[in-house]
Write a protein that binds this ligand. Sequence first.
Ligand code: GLA
Ligand code: ZN
Length: 675
Amino acid sequence: MEKEFLFPQIKGFVHGSDYNPDQWLDRPDILEEDIRLMKKAGMNSVTLGVFSWAAYEPSEGEFHFEWMKEIVERLYRNGIYTVLSTPSGARPAWLDAAYPEAMRVDARGLRDRHGNRHNHCMTSPKFREKVAAVDRRLAECLGSQPGVILYHISNELSGECFCPLCVRKFQKYLADKFDNDIGKLNKAWWTAFWSHSYSSFDQIEPPFANGESSIMGLTLEWRRFTTWNMNDFMKFEREVLRSVTPDVPVTSNFMRLFGGLDYRKMAPELDVISWDNYPTFHNDTESFADTVSETSFQHALMRSLKRGRPFMMMESAPGLVNWQAVNKLKRPGVHRLACLQAVACGSDSVQYFQWRKSRGCAEQFHGAVVDHLGTDDTRIFREVAQVGEALKKLAPVAGTLVNARAALLFDWDNRWAIWDVRALAADTKKYEETCLDFYRAFLRLGVDMDVVGSDEDLGRYDLVVAPMLYMLQPGTASRLRDFVERGGQLLATYFTGYVDSDQLCWLGGFPGDGLSELFGLISEEIDSYYPSDRNGIRLKDGSVWEVRDYAEILRVKDAEVLGVYTEDFYRGTPALTCKAFGRGKAYYAAARSSAADMTELFEKMLREADIPVKRMPPNVEYHVRSGGGETYEFYFNCADLPTVVPGVFGTDPETGVRLEGRLALPGYGAAVVKI
Ligand code: GLA
Ligand code: ZN
């Protein structure tokens, strides 16, 4: 496999930062000093213009791009490329005053007032017209500058709008989806329930806070529509840019496990996937290693949105942030660990928010490469500069990929359906946590997993874990069947295959759509536990997995029973099964056990899938990237005490030192090894 570079201009890593020179235009001395310091920090890119609309267009139709052009050119002359943002993330005051329809309406039907950011109506034709005007001139004046390598559309797109324009658009979207046939919609949404049938599309309102909340199909379709409409807005901006500068690639920065938008629907519209990474390091609710592995799950999700290409870590905090419940400093070394972790998981960029701390407003105390102190003589600056040095030495790693052979199924639709379903126990549904728990257990075995959608091709994987796949999209069941038939190892759990994509229950036995044949069982009932309730699953070797939260009662047809319940009226009945199907195996875990308890089963599945296991010492995280005939291993000591990893052979590309079976890592240490 050849290396896959994101930008022809940079055959290595992007090391950059959000940069807001518009806040310092009256300080040319500072703008000059910025360039000197950026070079000293080893930066080769900045993200410009994210919030520059008011500076570009101080009053309607009066445009000024010269100042930014000068900055882009000067940066380029100094070896610093530009990621150029469109400014739609925040609107100038004149715009909202002239066109109130640009301001969003919330779920109570209340229109926002002017202010803040990320709060525009996605539908408003007036707003789109104004966005198009500024974007077009931006592309004309700056897009073909040699320094510009990438467009960054808006900023952290998010939120819903309940304004009359959006409501009408929703009705039109539904009419299109249901072929203008209200009867079809009524059927799909089961509206005979509580006399909720509609007789025309214009009667349908989105789920206002004081409105309809009992139609699962409606709530789900509104969430889908919000993604669709946001995507429509994003594509609209993209098309304006493309019409002027078709060769500049585009991204839009995503957020961690964000629930408001189905990123998998948006990813195909972008050339590059990028996301903003702000872990809550050193918190008091989980171990540091757990914070790190959670981040790696997020990276894996982003990586899997566009397999076969590196992604970008568009933002991260050089020091601390200012919006977490407790804004704790990253301990020395953690900055390097977090940056190299992004690389290990497949990012070809390490970028920060922000370059220089602003003097005023809401983010004046948010971490930055350059503090209010204004010098390079700070711990944070030195740690950033060290990462800059490291990334230069690691340049050959860029363009390689994480080639995972195992995957975890994670769907936004399924997630939303589980959030909304009136069933189970209110506080312990925990879909995301359950996925993360499985991901972590495999990570501890040295196995990188992709995080993929149930509508994706599983052909490249040998092992798939599908936790709580409550909703089956059309085709999912047959894809899973094919996967197992051709030799895949599949694990599904309780709460699988209850509903179809309209959230209508499958009839004739769960898991539906033919999956009960694949697993050789029917799940007849599901028991929800109070937090103090416990059960167990006794395996054939006598060991017991603890069960919490959920337990299904199974009717096994033709699967092998590997474990039975230890307690309650269903004691002794099947709780863990396996059915050989074609050349593969379909496992079913009918109750919630911790993935740590299930490790031996995972090892067995990995053996059968012929995926190598590399057990790490406690608190050590491991990833592999390869491509162009080269392979790089990454090791992270996710604890503050030194540790040693045995069995490591190769060369450290940063130091040139050869490793002969023993890698010593300091507390929070991170190392790369070329093998
Ligand atoms: C987000 C935004 C940035 C900034 C940072 C602060 O990621 O995109 O503009 O507000 O958060 O952490
Ligand atoms: Zn709207």
